[in-house]
Design a protein around this ligand. Structure first.
Ligand SMILES: [Zn+2]
Length: 145
């Protein structure tokens, strides 16, 4: 009979993170969400499309992107259903997050709402759209029947 060592668990003190993220170079993205658009940044020099958008291209370091609306359809590449939620999401019911390759080729990570978990599968078709939540403008996926 093998002996199992006792499991020792340490509990941390509560930790609160508050971030202030500069958004002045991404004003078009945030304004777009309020207007029902989901913009990715597209480098004016090399054409790389980035989402979430970035003011500076990671491929060629060019600044000052143009903006492309990436709403539309895509295919789930992977997903997870979050049951054990972080402290800041305790007021939310359990939720599903998916990584989707959009028809434009860009990959988007976002919540997938309005679907039965048993219907969520790798390869399923979804639609990306801007959404207005109680926390402000955002974006998310819904399954395409
Ligand atoms: Zn570039």
């Amino acid at each position: 009979m093998a002996l199992t060592p006792p499991v020792r668990r340490l509990k941390s003190r509560p930790v609160t993170f508050i971030f202030e993220l500069p958004t002045e170079k991404l004003t078009e993205f945030w304004d777009g969400l309020e207007k029902g658009k989901v913009y990715a940044s597209k480098c004016k020099k090399c054409g790389q499309i980035t989402f979430p958008p970035a003011a500076d291209c990671s491929g060629c370091f060019n600044s000052g992107p143009e903006w492309v609306d990436i709403q539309g359809e895509g295919e789930i590449e992977t997903f997870t259903h979050i049951v054990i939620r972080p402290a800041s999401f305790q007021s939310h019911p359990t939720y599903t997050v998916a990584v989707v390759k959009m028809n434009t080729g860009v990959k988007v990570l976002a919540w997938l709402t309005g679907a039965k978990l048993s219907d969520v599968k790798v390869g399923a078709k979804v639609k990306l759209a801007a959404v207005q939540s109680e926390e402000g403008p955002s974006y998310g996926f819904t399954l395409i029947e």
